[in-house]
Design a protein around this ligand. Structure first.
Ligand code: SF4
Length: 460
Protein backbone atom coordinates (compact mmCIF):
# COMPACT_ATOMS: atom_id res chain seq x y z
CA UNK A 1 0.00 0.00 0.00
CA UNK A 2 2.13 2.83 -1.30
CA UNK A 3 -0.48 5.47 -0.44
CA UNK A 4 -1.53 3.90 2.87
CA UNK A 5 -1.42 7.28 4.65
CA UNK A 6 -4.23 8.75 2.55
CA UNK A 7 -7.29 9.13 4.75
CA UNK A 8 -10.87 9.28 3.61
CA UNK A 9 -11.58 12.37 5.72
CA UNK A 10 -11.19 15.55 3.65
CA UNK A 11 -9.81 18.56 5.52
CA UNK A 12 -9.92 22.11 4.19
CA UNK A 13 -6.52 23.08 2.71
CA UNK A 14 -5.39 26.43 1.34
CA UNK A 15 -1.59 26.37 1.05
CA UNK A 16 -0.72 22.76 0.35
CA UNK A 17 -0.85 20.67 -2.83
CA UNK A 18 -0.22 16.93 -2.56
CA UNK A 19 0.61 15.17 -5.83
CA UNK A 20 -0.62 17.86 -8.25
CA UNK A 21 -2.87 16.97 -11.17
CA UNK A 22 -0.79 19.10 -13.54
CA UNK A 23 2.79 19.84 -14.48
CA UNK A 24 4.79 23.00 -15.16
CA UNK A 25 4.13 25.79 -17.70
CA UNK A 26 7.38 25.59 -19.72
CA UNK A 27 6.69 21.94 -20.62
CA UNK A 28 3.61 23.09 -22.53
CA UNK A 29 5.53 25.95 -24.15
CA UNK A 30 8.19 23.48 -25.25
CA UNK A 31 5.58 21.07 -26.66
CA UNK A 32 3.93 23.89 -28.65
CA UNK A 33 7.28 25.15 -29.96
CA UNK A 34 8.14 21.66 -31.20
CA UNK A 35 5.05 21.90 -33.39
CA UNK A 36 6.76 24.49 -35.60
CA UNK A 37 9.10 23.27 -38.31
CA UNK A 38 12.76 24.03 -37.70
CA UNK A 39 12.11 25.41 -34.22
CA UNK A 40 14.49 24.91 -31.31
CA UNK A 41 12.86 25.53 -27.91
CA UNK A 42 14.96 27.34 -25.34
CA UNK A 43 14.44 27.41 -21.60
CA UNK A 44 15.48 30.70 -20.00
CA UNK A 45 16.38 29.50 -16.54
CA UNK A 46 18.50 26.93 -14.78
CA UNK A 47 19.71 23.68 -16.32
CA UNK A 48 17.61 21.74 -13.84
CA UNK A 49 14.36 23.20 -15.19
CA UNK A 50 15.30 22.41 -18.76
CA UNK A 51 16.37 18.88 -17.86
CA UNK A 52 12.99 18.30 -16.20
CA UNK A 53 11.02 19.68 -19.16
CA UNK A 54 13.00 17.67 -21.68
CA UNK A 55 12.96 14.43 -19.71
CA UNK A 56 9.18 14.59 -19.15
CA UNK A 57 8.54 15.12 -22.87
CA UNK A 58 11.15 12.50 -23.83
CA UNK A 59 9.59 9.91 -21.53
CA UNK A 60 6.08 10.60 -22.83
CA UNK A 61 6.97 10.66 -26.54
CA UNK A 62 9.93 8.23 -26.46
CA UNK A 63 11.77 10.70 -28.68
CA UNK A 64 14.88 12.75 -27.88
CA UNK A 65 13.63 16.28 -27.13
CA UNK A 66 16.15 18.94 -28.16
CA UNK A 67 16.18 22.27 -26.32
CA UNK A 68 18.60 24.89 -25.18
CA UNK A 69 19.02 26.31 -21.69
CA UNK A 70 20.29 29.69 -20.46
CA UNK A 71 22.05 27.68 -17.73
CA UNK A 72 21.58 30.17 -14.92
CA UNK A 73 24.17 30.06 -12.16
CA UNK A 74 24.37 32.11 -8.96
CA UNK A 75 25.43 35.26 -10.87
CA UNK A 76 22.56 35.22 -13.36
CA UNK A 77 20.10 34.38 -10.58
CA UNK A 78 21.07 37.67 -8.90
CA UNK A 79 21.89 39.98 -11.84
CA UNK A 80 19.56 38.56 -14.50
CA UNK A 81 20.09 36.21 -17.41
CA UNK A 82 20.56 38.63 -20.32
CA UNK A 83 24.22 37.78 -20.92
CA UNK A 84 23.48 34.05 -20.83
CA UNK A 85 20.57 34.32 -23.27
CA UNK A 86 22.51 36.48 -25.73
CA UNK A 87 25.34 33.97 -25.68
CA UNK A 88 22.89 31.08 -26.05
CA UNK A 89 21.17 32.65 -29.08
CA UNK A 90 24.50 33.20 -30.82
CA UNK A 91 25.72 29.67 -30.07
CA UNK A 92 22.49 27.90 -31.03
CA UNK A 93 22.24 29.62 -34.41
CA UNK A 94 25.93 28.90 -35.06
CA UNK A 95 25.88 25.24 -34.00
CA UNK A 96 22.34 23.96 -34.68
CA UNK A 97 21.09 26.40 -37.33
CA UNK A 98 17.37 26.44 -36.39
CA UNK A 99 14.92 28.65 -38.31
CA UNK A 100 13.40 29.82 -35.03
CA UNK A 101 14.46 29.84 -31.40
CA UNK A 102 11.37 29.80 -29.17
CA UNK A 103 12.34 31.07 -25.72
CA UNK A 104 10.15 30.40 -22.72
CA UNK A 105 10.79 31.79 -19.28
CA UNK A 106 10.85 29.84 -16.02
CA UNK A 107 9.99 30.57 -12.39
CA UNK A 108 13.49 31.93 -11.78
CA UNK A 109 13.78 34.30 -14.75
CA UNK A 110 10.23 35.55 -14.13
CA UNK A 111 11.02 36.24 -10.48
CA UNK A 112 14.14 38.17 -11.48
CA UNK A 113 12.01 40.04 -14.01
CA UNK A 114 14.08 39.52 -17.15
CA UNK A 115 12.59 41.60 -19.97
CA UNK A 116 12.39 39.18 -22.88
CA UNK A 117 11.28 41.74 -25.46
CA UNK A 118 14.30 43.92 -24.65
CA UNK A 119 16.77 41.01 -24.62
CA UNK A 120 15.53 39.67 -27.97
CA UNK A 121 15.70 43.19 -29.46
CA UNK A 122 19.26 43.50 -28.21
CA UNK A 123 20.16 40.13 -29.73
CA UNK A 124 18.92 41.42 -33.06
CA UNK A 125 20.74 44.76 -32.70
CA UNK A 126 23.97 42.95 -31.82
CA UNK A 127 23.69 40.86 -34.98
CA UNK A 128 23.21 37.58 -33.13
CA UNK A 129 20.06 36.68 -35.12
CA UNK A 130 21.01 35.78 -38.71
CA UNK A 131 19.03 37.16 -41.65
CA UNK A 132 15.78 35.23 -42.19
CA UNK A 133 15.88 33.67 -38.71
CA UNK A 134 13.65 34.41 -35.74
CA UNK A 135 13.70 34.51 -31.95
CA UNK A 136 10.28 34.48 -30.30
CA UNK A 137 9.27 34.19 -26.67
CA UNK A 138 6.45 33.33 -24.28
CA UNK A 139 6.24 34.21 -20.61
CA UNK A 140 5.64 31.02 -18.68
CA UNK A 141 6.02 31.54 -14.92
CA UNK A 142 5.22 28.18 -13.45
CA UNK A 143 3.95 29.40 -10.10
CA UNK A 144 0.72 30.15 -11.98
CA UNK A 145 -1.15 27.96 -14.44
CA UNK A 146 0.05 24.61 -15.69
CA UNK A 147 1.56 22.95 -18.77
CA UNK A 148 -1.72 23.76 -20.55
CA UNK A 149 -1.26 27.48 -19.81
CA UNK A 150 2.28 27.29 -21.19
CA UNK A 151 1.01 25.61 -24.35
CA UNK A 152 -1.67 28.31 -24.74
CA UNK A 153 0.88 31.10 -24.18
CA UNK A 154 3.35 29.79 -26.76
CA UNK A 155 0.56 29.22 -29.30
CA UNK A 156 -0.52 32.84 -28.82
CA UNK A 157 3.08 33.95 -29.28
CA UNK A 158 3.10 32.26 -32.69
CA UNK A 159 0.16 34.49 -33.61
CA UNK A 160 1.79 37.60 -32.14
CA UNK A 161 5.12 37.07 -33.86
CA UNK A 162 4.15 35.56 -37.22
CA UNK A 163 0.53 35.83 -38.29
CA UNK A 164 -0.07 38.57 -40.80
CA UNK A 165 -2.90 39.51 -43.15
CA UNK A 166 -2.73 40.66 -46.72
CA UNK A 167 -5.74 41.81 -48.72
CA UNK A 168 -6.31 38.45 -50.36
CA UNK A 169 -8.49 35.95 -48.51
CA UNK A 170 -7.46 32.30 -48.72
CA UNK A 171 -9.93 29.42 -48.85
CA UNK A 172 -8.48 27.77 -45.77
CA UNK A 173 -9.48 27.24 -42.14
CA UNK A 174 -7.10 27.69 -39.23
CA UNK A 175 -7.27 24.81 -36.77
CA UNK A 176 -5.74 25.44 -33.36
CA UNK A 177 -5.61 21.85 -32.16
CA UNK A 178 -5.13 22.35 -28.42
CA UNK A 179 -3.07 19.87 -26.44
CA UNK A 180 -3.56 16.60 -28.25
CA UNK A 181 -1.13 13.92 -29.36
CA UNK A 182 0.84 14.03 -32.66
CA UNK A 183 -1.29 11.19 -34.05
CA UNK A 184 -4.43 13.14 -33.14
CA UNK A 185 -3.18 16.17 -35.06
CA UNK A 186 -2.46 14.01 -38.10
CA UNK A 187 -5.88 12.42 -37.82
CA UNK A 188 -7.71 15.76 -37.67
CA UNK A 189 -5.84 17.00 -40.74
CA UNK A 190 -6.79 13.76 -42.48
CA UNK A 191 -10.46 14.20 -41.50
CA UNK A 192 -10.43 17.73 -42.93
CA UNK A 193 -8.70 16.49 -46.09
CA UNK A 194 -11.38 13.83 -46.59
CA UNK A 195 -14.00 16.57 -46.31
CA UNK A 196 -12.15 18.58 -48.92
CA UNK A 197 -11.24 21.36 -46.49
CA UNK A 198 -7.81 22.96 -46.55
CA UNK A 199 -6.59 23.58 -43.00
CA UNK A 200 -3.65 25.40 -41.47
CA UNK A 201 -2.85 23.69 -38.20
CA UNK A 202 -0.49 25.15 -35.63
CA UNK A 203 1.17 23.98 -33.54
CA UNK A 204 1.46 20.65 -35.32
CA UNK A 205 3.68 18.05 -33.67
CA UNK A 206 2.86 15.24 -36.11
CA UNK A 207 6.00 14.01 -37.89
CA UNK A 208 8.04 15.74 -35.20
CA UNK A 209 7.32 13.75 -32.05
CA UNK A 210 6.18 10.63 -33.92
CA UNK A 211 8.63 10.93 -36.80
CA UNK A 212 9.33 7.67 -38.64
CA UNK A 213 12.59 5.81 -38.06
CA UNK A 214 14.62 6.18 -41.23
CA UNK A 215 18.02 5.15 -39.92
CA UNK A 216 19.21 8.75 -40.24
CA UNK A 217 19.06 11.27 -37.41
CA UNK A 218 17.34 14.51 -38.34
CA UNK A 219 17.84 17.26 -35.81
CA UNK A 220 14.77 19.01 -37.18
CA UNK A 221 12.28 16.37 -38.39
CA UNK A 222 10.15 17.02 -41.46
CA UNK A 223 6.94 17.84 -39.56
CA UNK A 224 5.69 20.97 -37.87
CA UNK A 225 3.82 24.00 -39.21
CA UNK A 226 6.06 26.19 -41.35
CA UNK A 227 6.47 29.91 -40.77
CA UNK A 228 4.78 30.56 -44.14
CA UNK A 229 1.76 28.49 -43.12
CA UNK A 230 1.45 30.25 -39.76
CA UNK A 231 1.86 33.64 -41.42
CA UNK A 232 -0.92 32.84 -43.88
CA UNK A 233 -3.37 32.16 -41.03
CA UNK A 234 -4.19 35.87 -41.09
CA UNK A 235 -5.80 35.45 -44.53
CA UNK A 236 -7.90 32.38 -43.64
CA UNK A 237 -11.68 32.53 -43.75
CA UNK A 238 -12.10 31.35 -40.15
CA UNK A 239 -10.38 29.83 -37.12
CA UNK A 240 -11.56 26.70 -35.37
CA UNK A 241 -10.17 26.68 -31.83
CA UNK A 242 -10.23 23.27 -30.14
CA UNK A 243 -10.41 23.31 -26.37
CA UNK A 244 -11.08 26.43 -24.34
CA UNK A 245 -8.00 26.27 -22.10
CA UNK A 246 -5.35 25.64 -24.73
CA UNK A 247 -6.61 27.53 -27.77
CA UNK A 248 -8.73 30.53 -26.74
CA UNK A 249 -5.87 33.00 -26.30
CA UNK A 250 -4.40 32.36 -29.74
CA UNK A 251 -7.83 32.39 -31.42
CA UNK A 252 -8.72 35.71 -29.78
CA UNK A 253 -5.36 37.21 -30.74
CA UNK A 254 -5.84 36.08 -34.34
CA UNK A 255 -9.30 37.62 -34.46
CA UNK A 256 -8.09 40.91 -32.97
CA UNK A 257 -4.96 41.13 -35.09
CA UNK A 258 -6.30 40.03 -38.48
CA UNK A 259 -10.09 39.97 -38.13
CA UNK A 260 -10.31 36.22 -38.73
CA UNK A 261 -13.58 35.11 -37.06
CA UNK A 262 -13.18 32.30 -34.61
CA UNK A 263 -15.38 29.50 -33.38
CA UNK A 264 -14.53 27.41 -30.37
CA UNK A 265 -15.54 23.79 -29.89
CA UNK A 266 -14.49 21.13 -27.39
CA UNK A 267 -11.65 18.77 -28.32
CA UNK A 268 -13.14 16.21 -30.76
CA UNK A 269 -12.87 13.29 -28.34
CA UNK A 270 -15.97 11.08 -28.30
CA UNK A 271 -19.21 11.11 -30.26
CA UNK A 272 -20.77 14.51 -29.65
CA UNK A 273 -17.53 16.51 -29.59
CA UNK A 274 -16.51 14.94 -32.93
CA UNK A 275 -19.96 15.76 -34.33
CA UNK A 276 -19.44 19.39 -33.35
CA UNK A 277 -15.98 19.50 -34.90
CA UNK A 278 -17.21 18.03 -38.19
CA UNK A 279 -20.24 20.31 -38.23
CA UNK A 280 -18.10 23.40 -37.58
CA UNK A 281 -15.71 22.49 -40.40
CA UNK A 282 -18.63 21.70 -42.72
CA UNK A 283 -20.37 25.03 -42.18
CA UNK A 284 -17.20 27.13 -42.20
CA UNK A 285 -16.00 25.65 -45.48
CA UNK A 286 -19.43 25.09 -47.04
CA UNK A 287 -18.78 21.43 -47.89
CA UNK A 288 -20.66 18.15 -47.53
CA UNK A 289 -19.64 15.40 -45.14
CA UNK A 290 -18.60 12.38 -47.24
CA UNK A 291 -20.11 8.97 -46.58
CA UNK A 292 -16.77 7.49 -45.42
CA UNK A 293 -17.03 9.74 -42.38
CA UNK A 294 -20.72 9.08 -41.68
CA UNK A 295 -19.92 5.36 -41.99
CA UNK A 296 -17.22 5.73 -39.34
CA UNK A 297 -19.77 7.41 -37.12
CA UNK A 298 -22.18 4.56 -37.71
CA UNK A 299 -19.57 1.99 -36.70
CA UNK A 300 -18.94 3.91 -33.48
CA UNK A 301 -22.69 3.94 -32.73
CA UNK A 302 -22.86 0.20 -33.43
CA UNK A 303 -20.03 -0.51 -31.00
CA UNK A 304 -21.65 1.71 -28.35
CA UNK A 305 -24.92 -0.19 -28.70
CA UNK A 306 -23.28 -3.65 -28.75
CA UNK A 307 -21.22 -3.10 -25.61
CA UNK A 308 -23.62 -0.90 -23.68
CA UNK A 309 -24.23 -3.43 -20.90
CA UNK A 310 -20.57 -3.35 -19.85
CA UNK A 311 -20.49 0.43 -19.51
CA UNK A 312 -23.90 0.93 -17.95
CA UNK A 313 -23.77 2.84 -14.64
CA UNK A 314 -20.06 2.21 -14.04
CA UNK A 315 -18.66 4.89 -11.74
CA UNK A 316 -15.60 6.70 -13.12
CA UNK A 317 -12.98 9.02 -11.62
CA UNK A 318 -11.03 11.26 -14.02
CA UNK A 319 -8.17 13.71 -13.60
CA UNK A 320 -5.97 15.71 -15.96
CA UNK A 321 -6.31 18.67 -18.30
CA UNK A 322 -9.60 20.58 -18.49
CA UNK A 323 -10.06 20.34 -22.26
CA UNK A 324 -9.64 16.56 -22.34
CA UNK A 325 -11.75 16.14 -19.22
CA UNK A 326 -14.66 18.11 -20.70
CA UNK A 327 -14.90 15.97 -23.85
CA UNK A 328 -14.17 12.70 -22.05
CA UNK A 329 -16.86 13.36 -19.46
CA UNK A 330 -19.42 14.01 -22.16
CA UNK A 331 -18.44 10.80 -23.96
CA UNK A 332 -18.63 8.71 -20.79
CA UNK A 333 -22.15 9.98 -20.18
CA UNK A 334 -23.05 9.06 -23.78
CA UNK A 335 -21.88 5.53 -22.90
CA UNK A 336 -24.23 5.59 -19.90
CA UNK A 337 -21.29 5.62 -17.50
CA UNK A 338 -21.21 7.84 -14.43
CA UNK A 339 -18.23 10.20 -14.22
CA UNK A 340 -18.53 10.96 -10.51
CA UNK A 341 -15.17 12.58 -9.65
CA UNK A 342 -13.36 15.07 -11.90
CA UNK A 343 -10.15 16.79 -10.87
CA UNK A 344 -7.88 19.20 -12.74
CA UNK A 345 -4.88 21.03 -11.33
CA UNK A 346 -5.06 23.55 -14.16
CA UNK A 347 -6.75 26.77 -13.05
CA UNK A 348 -9.53 27.38 -15.53
CA UNK A 349 -12.58 29.55 -15.15
CA UNK A 350 -16.11 28.18 -14.99
CA UNK A 351 -14.94 24.58 -15.25
CA UNK A 352 -17.82 23.21 -13.21
CA UNK A 353 -20.40 25.09 -15.31
CA UNK A 354 -18.69 23.88 -18.48
CA UNK A 355 -18.95 20.23 -17.42
CA UNK A 356 -22.55 20.63 -16.27
CA UNK A 357 -23.48 22.32 -19.54
CA UNK A 358 -22.09 19.33 -21.41
CA UNK A 359 -23.75 16.59 -19.36
CA UNK A 360 -26.82 18.30 -17.94
CA UNK A 361 -28.13 16.57 -14.85
CA UNK A 362 -27.03 13.09 -15.94
CA UNK A 363 -24.81 12.57 -12.87
CA UNK A 364 -26.34 14.53 -9.95
CA UNK A 365 -23.74 13.17 -7.49
CA UNK A 366 -20.76 14.46 -9.55
CA UNK A 367 -17.89 16.11 -7.62
CA UNK A 368 -15.65 18.52 -9.53
CA UNK A 369 -12.48 20.23 -8.29
CA UNK A 370 -10.02 22.52 -10.05
CA UNK A 371 -6.95 24.57 -9.13
CA UNK A 372 -4.04 24.13 -6.71
CA UNK A 373 -5.82 22.03 -4.08
CA UNK A 374 -7.52 19.85 -6.71
CA UNK A 375 -4.83 17.21 -6.51
CA UNK A 376 -4.39 13.46 -6.65
CA UNK A 377 -4.59 13.27 -2.85
CA UNK A 378 -8.10 14.77 -2.87
CA UNK A 379 -9.15 12.43 -5.67
CA UNK A 380 -7.89 9.45 -3.67
CA UNK A 381 -9.79 10.64 -0.59
CA UNK A 382 -13.03 10.84 -2.59
CA UNK A 383 -12.39 7.33 -3.93
CA UNK A 384 -11.83 6.08 -0.39
CA UNK A 385 -15.17 7.58 0.63
CA UNK A 386 -17.00 5.86 -2.21
CA UNK A 387 -15.28 3.51 -4.62
CA UNK A 388 -15.25 3.87 -8.41
CA UNK A 389 -15.22 1.15 -11.08
CA UNK A 390 -12.73 2.89 -13.35
CA UNK A 391 -9.93 5.44 -13.12
CA UNK A 392 -8.84 7.50 -16.16
CA UNK A 393 -5.80 9.77 -16.20
CA UNK A 394 -2.05 10.05 -16.66
CA UNK A 395 0.59 7.67 -15.34
CA UNK A 396 0.53 9.14 -11.83
CA UNK A 397 -2.79 7.44 -11.15
CA UNK A 398 -1.17 4.01 -11.09
CA UNK A 399 -0.50 4.31 -7.35
CA UNK A 400 -4.19 4.85 -6.58
CA UNK A 401 -5.22 2.14 -9.05
CA UNK A 402 -2.85 -0.36 -7.44
CA UNK A 403 -3.73 0.44 -3.83
CA UNK A 404 -7.48 0.39 -4.46
CA UNK A 405 -7.47 -2.36 -7.13
CA UNK A 406 -9.32 -0.19 -9.67
CA UNK A 407 -9.23 -0.79 -13.44
CA UNK A 408 -7.09 1.99 -14.90
CA UNK A 409 -6.97 3.57 -18.38
CA UNK A 410 -3.96 5.78 -19.00
CA UNK A 411 -5.01 8.96 -20.78
CA UNK A 412 -3.56 12.47 -20.94
CA UNK A 413 -0.15 13.84 -20.11
CA UNK A 414 2.28 12.53 -19.10
CA UNK A 415 2.20 8.80 -19.77
CA UNK A 416 5.61 7.55 -18.72
CA UNK A 417 5.12 3.81 -18.47
CA UNK A 418 3.27 2.77 -21.64
CA UNK A 419 3.50 3.35 -25.40
CA UNK A 420 0.90 3.91 -28.08
CA UNK A 421 -0.64 7.18 -26.93
CA UNK A 422 1.40 9.23 -29.42
CA UNK A 423 0.82 6.82 -32.33
CA UNK A 424 -2.87 5.88 -32.09
CA UNK A 425 -5.37 8.74 -32.27
CA UNK A 426 -8.23 9.06 -29.79
CA UNK A 427 -9.90 11.96 -31.61
CA UNK A 428 -12.64 11.50 -34.20
CA UNK A 429 -15.07 8.59 -34.45
CA UNK A 430 -12.39 5.93 -34.82
CA UNK A 431 -10.47 7.45 -31.94
CA UNK A 432 -13.60 7.13 -29.82
CA UNK A 433 -13.75 3.44 -30.73
CA UNK A 434 -10.16 3.05 -29.58
CA UNK A 435 -11.03 4.73 -26.30
CA UNK A 436 -13.96 2.36 -25.83
CA UNK A 437 -11.74 -0.60 -26.58
CA UNK A 438 -9.26 0.52 -23.93
CA UNK A 439 -11.99 1.02 -21.34
CA UNK A 440 -13.63 -2.31 -22.12
CA UNK A 441 -10.25 -4.05 -21.99
CA UNK A 442 -9.49 -3.00 -18.42
CA UNK A 443 -13.08 -3.60 -17.22
CA UNK A 444 -13.14 -7.12 -18.64
CA UNK A 445 -9.61 -7.93 -17.44
CA UNK A 446 -10.75 -6.92 -13.97
CA UNK A 447 -13.86 -9.09 -14.21
CA UNK A 448 -11.77 -12.09 -15.31
CA UNK A 449 -9.19 -11.51 -12.60
CA UNK A 450 -11.65 -11.07 -9.75
CA UNK A 451 -14.32 -13.62 -10.72
CA UNK A 452 -14.62 -16.72 -8.50
CA UNK A 453 -13.92 -19.93 -10.46
CA UNK A 454 -17.60 -20.87 -10.74
CA UNK A 455 -18.35 -17.52 -12.41
CA UNK A 456 -15.31 -17.35 -14.69
CA UNK A 457 -16.73 -17.08 -18.21
CA UNK A 458 -15.19 -17.91 -21.58
CA UNK A 459 -17.62 -15.65 -23.43
CA UNK A 460 -18.35 -12.36 -21.74
S1 SF4 B 1 8.10 24.60 -11.76
FE1 SF4 B 1 9.46 26.38 -12.14
S2 SF4 B 1 11.39 25.83 -11.10
FE2 SF4 B 1 10.22 23.94 -11.38
S3 SF4 B 1 10.92 23.07 -13.32
FE3 SF4 B 1 9.10 24.31 -13.77
S4 SF4 B 1 9.93 26.31 -14.31
FE4 SF4 B 1 11.57 25.21 -13.27
Amino acid sequence: MLLRHTTSEVKERTALTINPAKTCQPIGAMYAALGVHGCLPHSHGSQGCCAYHRSTLTRHYKEPIMAGSSSFTEGSSVFGGQANLLQAIETMFAVYNPDIIAVHTTCLSETIGDDMVQIIAKAREDGKVPEGKYVIHANTPSYVGSHVTGFANMTKSLVDYFVDSTDSERQQINVLPGWIEPADMRDLKCLAHRMGVKVIMFPDTSDVLDAPQTGKHQFFPKGGATIEQIRSAGDSIATLALGKSASTRAANALEEKCGVPRQRVELPIGLQATDHFIEALRTMAGVKVPSVITDERGRLLDMMADMHQYFYRKRVALYGDPDQLASLTQFLVALDMKPVYIVTGTPTSKFEQRIKKLIGNAVPEIKIARGPQADMFLLHQWIKQERVDLLIGNTYGKYIARDENIPFVRYGFPILDRVGHSYFPTVGYEGAMRLMEKILGVLMDYQDREAPEESFELVM
